[in-house]
Design a binder for this molecule. Structure first.
Ligand code: ADP
Ligand code: ZN
Ligand code: ZN
Length: 816
């Protein structure tokens, strides 16, 4: 009687028992993967979490198919952490497992397997079985697991597939879609025939009469002696003061070889600390204080104004932790920001920095997973977006969560709906590691934790290099419209400031939060606004493609020429988004180069990097963008930031609206004036006296915090109450209404705490599914886990009601 307890990568809260032989029993360890049968004919990759001798009482344990690993690939700390996530965020352990593992490690019977495009395959290196699979893929473009079982005439085929994936020949399902390809950088090295000493003599002989070429070769030697790292074409041209044409000649002559490396995967040979990083006095004090706070506390909030050099303080901290052999995890709110940061950290730490995020290919993610598991020095520092939290650290010493206030740290869909900042604090705890949360505009919750003494607290109030905080000028839109001082959406004040900045050779950033404020088409005769047929929203007008599009389900149609209700041809556009701002700029400033950064322009390959690079290289004078601009980008020539309309952020129906508006405005303002000169910010608003706007102008975080905290207490919101939001969805309006009322009433009767709803959200139908929400507010003085258990029980009884079974319920704990 030998059994294993496993997690399946399915949305199931239970674990399952399988039987194993005695030999297997002694071989298997917690954290290994097994291929197991499930249901009628399916096979999944299961994870072992227990080895025991207790026969299940409710069902006959099936036998496993196969052991997939020789050693555990998931640590016991991870398993415990996943169980915590499942319990805290009220989700299935199977969801956590599936969300945490790179999908290449989760082969299942439904997985579609195909050959990697453009890969070179050396057939002689394949085993017989591998070759059979490879050959079959020459006949048909994809295979399922069952097909491969038939081809190989056996059941245990996962190892064969895994080997082919490792050999870069096969790809699994989702990778067939566009995979992420970070920017490539061009490098040169000396051709191998000149590597030896005799080769060198020969080389100088060849170049005797070619001075320009010789200069480059000498430049190359100079660089490789001083830097000990790969040499980019760009750097070589600069050093030798030459041109790319000359380099091309050298490549053609086979003196140099060119090669390409992805920016964030560059390997360095050895340490490359060029200049010793010198902290300023304020930074040094903050650095010491963080370490002091770590004596007693696990977590420290670093509240440093924009451009105070928080990254440099993190760097110094990282240095100490890796010197003592510890692993470091550095979380960022946005994948697009990794490229910038990786460059900065690799300059300092060389080849110790690995990157992990969901847009990496399966193979790359598996590679980083294995490196972290093996405690490889190559992945001693891991940078990533929220999912990097799930890597198999065994010796974590420090976690950094930069821009900790960003809501992208909270996963909304699919489950697990975890908050990476909070989950990383728990993770750090089980490693006895320390956490730094950094922000210029901390979230109310984190600041509250710091004020109440739960977290340490360190502040930097000055910018690095004595750069002053920007001067903020408010423009009253009501007054400007009244006095006819507006051209389109631009006040005369904003236009004057743009003109001045441009004349000084400075760049300009214009911020337009499009959320809830996108252009729509309206009929001037009857007032009809075209709606999405599947969702409860107006369609957004995209001028460039002459289309109306739904931002929720992707539905699109050509722009109508007449009203669908009254046939009138008098249609007008209302509201404005980034595209319209760009259009107006072209007319106002005909001779400037204007760029735009939003979800539409950054979607394609390198979209984001291209825009950032061209702005950094000053190929763009004015950059128009959405909240992406607020996320910690570092520019050195921005003289002016304009906020086109502050009000649509303020009046968003959300208890965090004022907090978020403050954060957003302060963060975009922070992009201004990074060099020696004080920057300028112009904020256009209908409410110049609004408290939040006044707080932004005064750089008064404390004032914002106190006001918001007061409101949160009165209206029962975090940090005084924990929110659990239930979202119910169904295609049948009446059934949903009835079902959500049923659940609401049961909860109301069984809980002694506020239960609100069932509410129709502002957008009450998406993709033809109607939506209702119920909100539970748990006071922090109530036992949290106990209350959640009660909620879970009621959800279970809801599921047991036959007529409501088809209603989907999503649970969002600490809904953000
Ligand atoms: P924050 O993250 O606090 O907004 P950054 O870390 O991006 O600030 O620093 C702002 C700018 O100042 C960057 O260009 C950075 O290189 C520079 N900087 C900050 N501290 C130092 C330092 N100690 N030495 C050199 N440059 C620094
Ligand atoms: Zn009409
Ligand atoms: Zn839609």
């Amino acid at each position: 009687m030998h059994f294993v307890e496993v997690i399946l990568p399915l949305s199931l809260a239970k674990t399952f028992t399988y039987s194993v032989s005695e030999t297997e029993y002694h071989y298997i360890k917690k954290g290994m993967r097994l291929a197991v049968p499930f249901g009628k004919s399916k096979i999944y990759t299961a994870l072992v979490i227990e080895i025991h001798q207790n026969k299940p009482t409710l069902y006959e344990a099936k036998e496993i198919h196969q052991i997939l690993d020789e050693k555990p690939i998931v640590t016991e700390i991870q398993i415990a952490h996943w169980q915590w996530i499942a319990s805290y965020y009220m989700c299935a352990i199977g969801d956590v497992y599936r969300g945490a593992m790179p999908s290449a490690l989760l082969l299942e019977s439904e997985t579609i397997i195909s050959q990697k495009q453009n890969g070179f395959v050396d057939e002689s290196l394949l085993s017989d079985e591998e070759f059979l699979v490879y050959e079959a893929l020459q006949q048909q473009s994809s295979l399922k697991v069952q097909d491969i079982m038939n081809i190989l005439n056996k059941k245990n085929i996962f190892p064969v597939i895994q080997k082919l994936v490792n050999k870069n020949i096969l790809v699994l399902q989702e990778e067939v879609q566009e995979s992420y390809a970070p920017k490539l950088v061009r490098y040169v090295k000396l051709h191998s025939k000149y590597e030896s000493n005799e080769g060198l003599g020969e080389l100088l002989e060849v170049l005797k009469n070619a001075n320009k070429q010789k200069e480059i070769v000498l430049g190359y030697f100079q660089l490789s002696a001083s830097e000990k790292k790969p040499i980019t074409v760009k750097k070589l041209i600069e050093t030798a003061n030459s041109t790319s044409a000359v380099i091309k000649v050298l490549i053609d002559k086979e003196i140099f070889e060119e090669y390409y490396i992805q920016v964030d995967r560059v390997n360095f040979s050895g340490k490359t600390k060029e200049e010793q990083l010198q902290l300023s006095e304020a930074q040094q004090i903050a650095f010491e204080k963080i370490k002091e706070s770590f004596v007693e506390k696990e977590v420290c909030l670093l509240h440093g104004v924009t451009s105070s050099g928080k990254t440099e303080i993190y760097t110094k901290l990282i240095e100490e932790y890796i010197a003592s052999g510890k692993q470091v995890l550095y979380l960022l709110p946005e994948i697009a920001l990794t490229t910038q940061l990786v460059g900065r950290l690799r300059d300092y730490f060389g080849n110790k920095v690995a990157v992990f995020h969901s847009k990496y290919s399966n193979n790359e993610r598996v590679e980083v997973w294995q490196q972290v598991l093996a405690e490889s020095p190559k992945a001693q520092i891991v940078i990533g977006a929220r999912s990097a939290l799930f890597l198999p650290f065994s010796n974590l010493g420090l976690v950094i969560v930069d821009e900790e206030h960003e809501q992208t740290f909270k996963q909304v869909d699919p489950s697990p709906r975890y908050h990476a900042r909070d989950a990383s604090v728990v993770l750090a705890n089980s490693h006895k590691a320390k956490v730094v949360l950094g922000s210029a505009t901390p979230s109310i919750e984190t600041y509250y934790n710091a004020q109440s003494g739960k977290y340490g607290f360190v502040e930097i109030t000055e910018r690095y290099g004595n750069v002053r905080m920007p001067e903020i000028e408010l423009v009253d839109l009501k007054d400007k419209y009244f006095r006819k001082k507006m051209s389109g959406h631009f006040s005369d004040t904003l236009i004057e400031n743009i003109t001045t900045a441009l004349s000084l050779g400075e760049q300009v950033i214009l911020f337009q939060n499009r959320r809830g404020f996108s252009p729509i088409i309206e009929c001037l005769t009857c007032g009809h606004v075209p709606q999405c047929p599947q969702c409860d929203v107006s369609l957004t007008y995209h001028k460039h493609k002459n289309q109306l599009r739904c931002h929720y389900c992707g539905y699109s149609m050509a722009k109508p020429t007449n009203c669908h209700t009254c046939s009138s041809v008098h249609l007008t556009t209302k509201g404005f988004g980034t595209e319209q701002i760009q259009q107006e700029l072209v007319e106002l400033f005909p001779n400037t180069k204007i760029g735009r950064m939003d979800q539409d322009t950054t979607r394609g390959k390198f979209g984001f990097e291209k825009i950032i690079d061209s702005f950094k290289n000053r190929e763009v004078d004015i950059l128009v963008g959405t909240q992406m601009l607020a996320k910690g980008l570092d520019f050195d020539n921005v003289g002016l930031v304009g906020i086109m309309n502050a009000d649509n952020m303020l009046y968003h129906p959300d208890f965090r609206a004022f907090e978020r508006s403050y954060q957003m405005m302060t963060q975009v303002s922070g992009r201004s004036g990074r060099s020696e000169k004080q920057g300028k910010v112009v904020v256009q608003t209908y409410n110049p006296d609004h408290n939040t706007i006044q707080q932004v102008v005064r750089n008064d975080y404390e004032g914002m915090y106190k006001e918001q905290l007061y409101d949160r207490q009165i209206y029962h919101y975090p940090p005084y109450y924990k929110l659990v939001k239930l979202t119910l969805k169904h295609r049948d309006f009446d059934k949903l209404k009835e079902g959500s009322m049923w659940l609401y009433q049961v909860m109301k009767q069984n809980l002694t705490i506020p239960v609100l709803g069932p509410e129709e959200p502002p957008i009450s139908r998406i993709r033809n599914e109607y939506i209702r929400t119920i909100m539970v507010k748990i006071p922090t003085n109530q036992p949290l886990q106990g209350t959640k258990k009660t909620i879970q029980k009621m959800l279970n009884s809801f599921e047991a009601v036959a007529q409501y079974r088809a209603i989907k319920v999503a649970v969002n704990v600490d809904f953000y």
